[in-house]
Every structure is written in C-alpha cells, then in structure tokens.
Design a protein around this ligand. Sequence first.
Ligand code: BGP
Length: 487
Amino acid sequence: MNKEFPKNFLWGAATSAYQVEGAALQDGKGLSQQDVINRERHELYGFADASIASDHYHKYKEDIALFKEMGFTSYRFSIAWSRIFPNGDDQVNEAGIQFYRDLIKELKDNGIEPIPTLYHYDLPWALVEKYGGWLSREVVKDFEIFAKYVVNEFKDDVKYWITLNEQSIIVQYWTQKCYILPEFQDNNQLRYQINHHMNLAQAVAVKLVHEVGGLAGPALGYAPVYARTCKPEDQLAAINANDLRNTYYLDVYFKGYYNVAALNYLQENDLAPVMEAGDEAFFAENISDFFAINYYDSSCAQACPKDAERRWSGYNLSGKKGDMSGFETHPGFYQMCPNPELETTDWDWAIDPTGLEFVYRDLYTRYKIPFMITENGLGAYDELTPDGKVHDEYRIKYLKEHIAATKRAMDRGVEVIGYMPWSALDLLSTSNGYRKRYGLIYVDRTDEDPKDCARIRKDSFYWYQQVIASRGTDLAVDNFLSVSEKE
Ligand code: BGP
C-alpha cells in the first residue's frame, strides 16, 4: 500500500462560471437565468448578485498564478452557455469563446489540467423567455448545439468533461437553480420533468464527448442517507430516500434506466416525468465514464406515516444553527431528519468525513466506477484580520478529514482520479452571497461592496500547498492552528 496518492492524481479545486466570473454582460455575453435569479435575491435578501462576483473574468491570470503556486494539477470550472451563445441559439459570440480559449491556454501553460463543466445552473435567459427553459423538451436540441460547439472547440485540450452539475439538487431546489415562472411553481411533477430533460441533455453530452475520444462524468450533489435508528421501518425509509434522492440519478447515468422503486413511487403520486419511446434506450447507449461527486454532508431519514403532508427540502438562509425551514417528507415513503450523531456547519450541513468513505465504498460495490471529487468543502464566515490574514483552521480540519477518508477508500481498492474541493477562491454562494465562503483564496469584497476583489491567501492555501507537495502524505495541521486553538 502506497503512503502517497498516485503520481498522476489530479489535485486542484473547483468553481462555476456565474459564481466567479462576473462580467455578466460584458463582451457580448447574454443574460443567464442565474443573472436574473441572483438579481432578485439581491433585492430580497441583500446578497451580492452575479454581475461582478469574484471578477475572475478580469483576474483569471492572477488566479491561475495562485493555483500554480498552490501546486494545482487540475482546475474544475464551468463554461457559461450565454457567454458563447448569448441568445441560446446557434449565433456564436466570438469574444465569449475567446475567453475560454485564453483561460484554457493559461491553465495548460501552467501545467494545470482544464476540467470544464458544460452546465452549472446558468441557462441562457433567452431560452427561459422563449419556452420556459428546462420546462420544455426543446431545450435539449439547443443544449446539443452549444455542447457540440464547445466539445469540438476544446477536444484537443480537454480529456475529462463534467456534463451537468447536480441534477438532484436542482430537483430539490428547483426555483433557486432554475428560473420557474410563478404559475408553474406549484406543479411538483415539473421538478422531475425538468430532470428528465436534463437526463437527455446529459446523455447527449456523453455521446458528443465520446465521439471526440474524451471521458464524461456527471457531477451529482451526493449525500448518503443513514437510517435514524436501527428500527426496520427506519432502515427501509433510508433505502427509499436513497433511491429517490440518489440512485434515481445514478441508475440513469450508469445503467441507463430509472431506479424502479423511485419511479414507481413517483408514478403512484403523479410526480413521474413524461417520457418518449426510446428515451431510456438513449440513456443506455450513452453511459458515463466516471462519477464526479460533489460531497459536503450526509443525511438521515426515518419512517413516515402515510397521512403525513408532503414537504420539499428546506434550507437555512440565516447561517444560524438550527434555522432549517423544514425537511423533505414523502408520505409513506420517508421523511428526512437531522442526524443527532453529527456536528453541523452554521448552515446545518452535517459534517461527516466517514460519510465520504461510505459513499466511495457503497458506490464502488454497486457500480464499479472511478470517482473524481469535483466539490467538497466547508462554507463558513471567514474573517480578514487587520494584518490581512484569514485563519480558517476549521476549513483545514474539514478538508484534512475528507482527504484522509479518500485515501482510506483508495487503500481498499476504490479508484479515485482526483480531488477538487469547493472552492478555489471565494465566490458567490448559491444560497448566501459572500457571507458564506468556501475558498482557499480570500476575495476581498462583501455583499454590499465589491471593493477591488483583491486576492489574499488564506491559511488553508498554505496548508493545501503542503498537502499537494507531499502527495497527500503531510496533512498535518499544527502549523496552521491559531494561537487559541493550540493552547
Ligand atoms: C453545490 C453547487 C455549487 C456550490 C456549492 C455550495 O451545490 O454545485 O455551485 O455553490 O454547492 O453551495 P452554497 O453556495 O449554497 O453553500
């Protein structure tokens, strides 16, 4: 057993276009649904919008220099559809594609493997106006035009393509991740209909990537489900929850059909997607090559009475522990609940490195696929000290435990290709603006004031540099603990 991670292991970190780039309407870019959603959230809650974000569009060279300094050998980012096709049709915006040519060249010149995501929540707004966006099956055709163009453009530079980001989270939080017109928001079948269209787009992407000899993997927000107790009814509820929240997606990607129990539940409750003949055959012809996991937390389920009220996933917007607005409830199937065994972040996300090991082992047994960690991280309030430092030992500890869990799974024979935590630098949170930060690099701005978005190395930056330089053998945190922690 090697102490080190493999030589060709991909060490890096991740971001997504609308959360980091800014320049939302610059050089011909069209609006995306996230530009609109985040403008509305800004008005409602005061969170920053996506217009400047972390200004990566203008500072990408400086950022890549910092990635290199940390020792990155890979970088996961996403390509904004509306930067290249501002109207979501087939009219290319030359300046938009040029930005990604420059970005990818800069990465390669610095020895960093570019790992692009084709879709990370930011559908061109024009397609929402035209036919309701993902609500319409027409979107698959337009996605194909975009994906074909991008995949062909970068086929010689990119080996690993991430197809779509987090379909399971999109189903859970559909009005945050997609712009859904108010008149449709009560029709919950549409959550699964949207997902069906995304599955078709996902399979199209896999097909296109395979045609040019690349490897394709979907990024799923994956939280394993534990049973609340060892009562048989709770154990069964955990299987139900895992089927509907996780396996429902994985089976399409890696087996080519919908998980039977989950689909059956959706059909009984008028929530199932409408499919066309041949859809599942198309999935089966286009199986993904690896599984890009976004792992943050685990979850917990218990039995749910048949006469309970159906509820969808709640959220914590305040960043005060315990402020969850509710838990997903599917009458007679399962009910999600907090796990009393685990500590949580300020936003009530359970901290569970062993859960990551559980995921690797469970999924490797069931699917025997290679994994790439494309997100993993701790959202926290970071403080910039008067002498320009960010002492984020909580983040260091979190990452350390998850890297150690990855190594333990690899030692048991699980294939893991790379580790790209969220996020390379601070960026616009999907739920909490700049109050909740994940970066290894601090971006000096607030929700209210974009300032100059100056880059500042956090303590986790130096710690991760040490981890990469030692090929994962030196995870020691002592040098990075604040004085009070050491005492
Ligand atoms: C994942 C998304 C990311 C990211 C992350 C953290 O679901 O793929 O885009 O933002 O979660 O979420 P948040 O920013 O809401 O804390």
